[in-house]
Write a protein that binds this ligand. Sequence first.
Ligand SMILES: [Zn+2]
Length: 449
Amino acid sequence: MNRLLILIGKIIVKILHLFKRNAGNLPGIILWHLTRGKCCKMFKVSCPIIAVTGTNGKTSVTNCIAQLFQQSGKKIIINKEGNNLDTGICSLLLRYCDSSGMVNADYLILETDESHVPVVYSQLKLETLVVLDFFRDQLDRNGEMETLIQKINNFCKTFEGNLILNGDDPNTARLGKANPGNKNVKYFHAEPYAFATKTAYEASEGHFCPFCGESLVYDYYQYSHIGKFHCPKCDFGKYEPYITASGIDLEKPVFTADGRTYSPKLNSIYNVYNMTAVAAAAKLYRIKPEITDKIISKYTVKNGRMENFMLGDRKTTLNLAKNPVGANMTLRVMNEMNGEKELLFVLNDNVADGLDVSWIWDINFSIFERVTRVVTSGTRAYDIAVRIKCSGYDPEKIAVKPDLDEAVAELASTPGRKFVIANYTAVQPTRSALKRYISKHGGKQNEND
Ligand SMILES: [Zn+2]
């Protein structure tokens, strides 16, 4: 039966390739139906599996961990295109398995959707799970965050492998305290950076101890609800970090972890957390320090994730923001930079974005500093303009341009530093509009520094 299913799957992949169609998800969906939801169970995986999950940062961390092994000369399989549901992972394994369903590699490194962790790894044996953070994201799909955390927690109850957790996120750190039976829990942690605060100033979750209900006390917040916390009543938040990022200086940018100093290319605290998770995996798997150094120092992102463009001589940073945390992060990077700057915010409400755009009310625009002008665009250009106006920003300085090319031209019409925030379905059209502007008026794309 297994062989027949594998054969069917491989034929579907072949047919899709013949028609030059992407076989990233469809073969898995068909096999999901044929196996009644157990589409990953057909495979025999001969090597350790490392999974990365969390709301933000999955793709970056998965790619970096994969590179750690690749550069160490290991054969790895990774779901690079981010097909991170059970059906996507099934489609990936179909491509690499033999006719008996055997998958041969040194390591499988899999970005895994939060809600699919229990689904996939009840079928495949997981060695290491990296959990980055939990934020409100696509609530219509994931349901309440608490439900999601409970799902993963239930999986952790029987999971005895390595659990690498963000110790500064109460939502992920609780998975460690809730499962004392697992002796392989490892926390990563970061010391405060220059813009850490004593109080939370972005809409954040995780105010209360999930074990005793007491209000959590924070020594400092790095961003959103990420920071050094503890419960004054029980021992939640007290742990010995496996790895700590210290000496964080985002001006340079530089940080130290486990006795080594890294100079990442991306200057956000959010990236420091991601790279500390990567360093934790490197430590666990005893990757040569010079390889870890190379990966962390060279890592940069394209595809609209802190991607830099030059509109003529005007430096422009584009960032994807699918949720308030992503948007707040870009605003933070903007604020922490000296000098005046302008922002273009592109907001769409297509199906893939979630039709509900109420999440923009959780973006903290009141922290704007030296933002001299805002341009808004996208199918909800007016909604985002109203949102920014309601934060107390001078409406005279807001230009609404639903047409993207007009919006980019408007942004580029003045000198100075520019930032662009675009949500999910807006990010690729925005990149295209920026490139069109550059091809007409000069400049440069993908100029990451
Ligand atoms: Zn407590």
